[in-house]
Design a protein around this ligand. Structure first.
Ligand code: ADP
Length: 212
């Protein structure tokens, strides 16, 4: 729901109900020296927008909701698992050349590096690979574990983390992607990828489900 602007009369109604609820429409109208019929559209708006609740034979009472709370409820309920993508992983002994090829083939900006047990050992970004390519070294001869950012310095998330937590990590660490991991006795298995694109998609889904 969008944060809506209330008119003067709606604000007055809200104050009356806050201070006196539950209160009937008739009683609100009396206090404002208006007829019940005149108030009907305002009461309908306040009820639909979630400011007031109405109970038959009881009257109106203040719901305690702030405007726009519905959208923040939705945001807090968005989970990593609802928006994550498929991870693209490479083994830690592949060459920088092969990692670059993999990045193009799978059309991703971040590769996750795993060991022979398929456990997370590192992350490779576009710039990690570009930096290595600037020298005159043979890219076929350099294994990615030499240049990757390695554990335990990897920022990650789990399926049930909220999207807000994940977005905070992306911004605070100034990175483009988080591996979504699952803890196993031998280490972290990579089960997903959460990128800035996923966050943007989630942002768009808010506009589809709410009037923003
Ligand atoms: P780029 O370098 O292409 O702009 P990033 O901003 O994602 O991409 O990466 C910046 C640096 O942070 C790189 O050195 C990369 O290895 C590292 N990095 C990327 N993702 C993570 C992560 N999830 N945890 C730790 N380091 C990361």
């Amino acid at each position: 729901m969008s944060p809506i602007e209330l008119n003067k009369r709606q604000e007055e109604i809200l104050q009356i109900v806050k201070g006196n609820g539950p209160i009937t429409g008739e009683q609100i109208a009396d206090r404002l020296n208006l007829t019940r019929a005149t108030l009907r559209p305002d009461l309908a708006i306040l009820t639909m927008a979630g400011f007031l609740d109405a109970r038959p034979r009881v009257g109106y009472f203040y719901s305690g909701k702030k405007p726009g709370q519905d959208i923040s409820d939705t945001m807090n309920n968005m989970k990593v698992k609802d928006f994550q993508s498929i991870p693209v992983v490479v083994r830690d002994d592949v060459s920088v050349y092969d990692a670059i090829s993999q990045m193009f083939l799978d059309d991703v900006g971040t590769l996750f590096v795993v060991d022979k047990n398929s456990c997370l050992t590192g992350v490779l970004s576009r710039k990690d690979l570009l930096r290595t390519s600037l020298g005159s070294q043979n890219l076929n001869a350099i294994p990615v574990h030499i240049i990757m950012t390695r554990m335990p310095n990897i920022t990650y998330c789990v399926r049930n983390d909220s999207l807000i937590q994940a977005a905070n990590r992306l911004i605070n660490q100034q990175i483009d992607a988080l591996p979504v991991v699952e803890e196993h006795p031998e280490g972290f298995k990579v089960i997903g990828r959460l990128t800035k694109t996923n966050i943007t998609r989630a942002f768009l889904s808010l506009s589809e489900n709410h009037e923003v």
